[in-house]
Design a protein around this ligand. Structure first.
Ligand code: ATP
Ligand code: MG
Length: 452
């Protein structure tokens, strides 16, 4: 497999490194992080085994259980960013039983393959970036130079002149100039002909625009566009040339089958409880449809048949009403690794406010800095915000870390509104500021039900 330059391949990461990488964004939930890290590592270990042993070992799928807003989806999202393994996240509730109108569950495998292919194509083009850049420049120069020649009489054929123009092109000197370019297939069709669409409507549209691409004399129609736009078009065309589509599909298929991860969110919503009503029957149908995919089946896609045996499935749900035991037994058995995510306390909230790379206090500070206002939070203030969020979760619904967003929004409402008038100022958010803005609301149960 080709490797991405500069980025540590998920294959090379040991469990402790995966956990550490997750720690940068997700606070606590160590059990869940460890379990997932081990599951991912086990697939790498499995790949190192001789084929006959390997075939006996299938990935152990994971069921994440935890109340709303404690980080289930966040962990998955971060794995996705980390993993240069193909990854998709789907919601179990989006699917309908085969035979009914709606998305069938097999489409998740097709989506995974699509994601894998996209990833592989980008990587392949990346490794030939210099070659592509050079070709793009050459084609742009071929478009720009004849026009310069005509208007100034400069001998653009001389090679040193060409190199001078190349420098200018790199500096963006020509960005706002216009050049004439033949209309390309891709621009006209808006989609690629190859392997993309078998839909009649698309084809008809394509045929229609094929006609309009040529003038009456049968020569391609020319059109004027900016150099900037021409560069985009040419870049895409050259990228397509260096990526061998067959090779890309082969590689993408292997990755999807061997390293793919499908995250099925909201799995509890398709679990049914007790006596079955109509909607329970169709939910159970979705579970029955998911079963063979998780067990290992062959799904046909436009890129060929994908075997799902070694795809890792991570299912997640709050399970506040239904329990894991409300899933059909066969499906329960296919998710042997269970991890529980814990409810978050005030101390966790404090850390969530400050520690993650994308922590929300950092986000607000960054937003307001664009208006020239510099906002800082004192440590005491952060503790106060965390404990208010925690308290409101206890008295109103417990929505986990999402409560921090509603509290922060309310806290900074005034400031966000008038930031433009405070240009150049420094605003310290202190404990008193927090209390002033929020105490009244927190104490009034009715009010906080609406506002926080
Ligand atoms: N442990 C955590 N560390 C850092 N941020 C968290 C944590 N838990 C939740 N968050 C933040 O709270 C928000 C909601 O979390 P997330 O989407 O993971 O919830 P969830 O567990 O999937 O809930 P649901 O069951 O409602 O889907 C996210 O923006 C996330 O950044
Ligand atoms: Mg979620």
């Amino acid at each position: 497999m080709e490797k991405l330059k500069g980025k540590k391949h998920l294959d090379d990461m040991v469990p402790s490194e995966i956990v550490k990488a997750l720690d940068e964004y997700v606070i606590g939930q160590d059990d869940a992080k460890r379990t997932i890290a081990v599951a991912i590592r086990n697939r790498v270990r499995r790949k190192r085994l001789p084929e006959d042993v390997r075939e006996e070992i299938t990935p152990k799928n994971i069921l994440m259980i935890g109340s709303t807003g404690v980080g289930k989806t966040e962990i998955a999202r971060r794995i996705a960013k980390l993993a240069d393994a193909p990854f998709i996240k789907v919601e179990a509730t989006k699917y309908t039983e085969v035979g009914y109108v709606g998305r069938d569950v097999e489409s998740m495998v097709r989506d995974l393959m699509g994601a894998s292919l996209q990833m592989v194509r980008e990587e392949m083009a990346q490794s030939k970036k210099e070659e592509v850049d050079r070709r793009v420049e050459d084609r742009l120069l071929d478009l720009i130079l004849p026009a310069v020649d005509k208007s100034s009489g400069t001998d653009v054929a001389a090679s040193n002149t060409r190199e001078q123009f190349r420098e200018m092109l790199r500096k963006g000197v020509f960005d706002n100039r216009e050049v004439e370019m033949p209309q390309s297939m891709k621009q006209n069709f808006g989609f690629e002909l190859m392997g993309s669409s078998s839909n009649m409507e698309d084809l008809q549209q394509a045929l229609g625009s094929l006609g309009s691409m040529f003038s009456n004399q049968g020569r391609p129609k020319m059109r004027k566009i900016s150099v900037k736009r021409a560069r985009e078009i040419i870049e895409e065309e050259e990228m397509d040339k260096v990526v061998d589509p067959d090779k890309a599909v082969d590689e993408a298929k292997e990755r999807a089958e061997e390293m793919g991860i499908i995250f099925i969110d909201e799995i509890d919503k398709v679990a049914s409880r007790g006596n079955s009503s109509n909607s329970d029957v169709s939910r159970e149908g979705v579970q029955r449809d998911i079963l063979p995919i998780v067990e290992g089946t062959k799904v046909s896609t436009k890129w060929g048949v994908i075997d799902t045996t070694n795809i890792l499935f991570i299912a997640a749900g709050a399970f506040s009403f239904a329990k894991p035991s409300d899933l059909i037994p066969e499906l329960q058995g296919r998710f042997p690794l269970r991890v529980e995510l814990h409810d978050l306390g005030a101390e966790d909230f404090y850390r969530i406010l400050t520690e993650p790379q994308n922590a929300i206090t950092k986000q607000y500070s960054a937003l307001l800095s664009t208006e020239g206002v510099s906002v800082t939070f004192t440590d005491e203030a952060l503790h106060e915000i965390a404990s208010i969020a925690y308290e409101v979760n206890q008295t109103n619904d417990n929505i986990g870390a999402r409560r921090l967003y509603t509290v922060m929004e309310k806290l900074l409402e005034e400031l966000s509104f008038s930031a433009n008038e405070l240009n150049g100022q420094q605003v310290d958010i202190t404990k008193d500021y927090v209390r002033q803005r929020l105490s009244g609301i927190v104490e009034d149960q009715d009010l906080s039900n609406y506002i926080l």
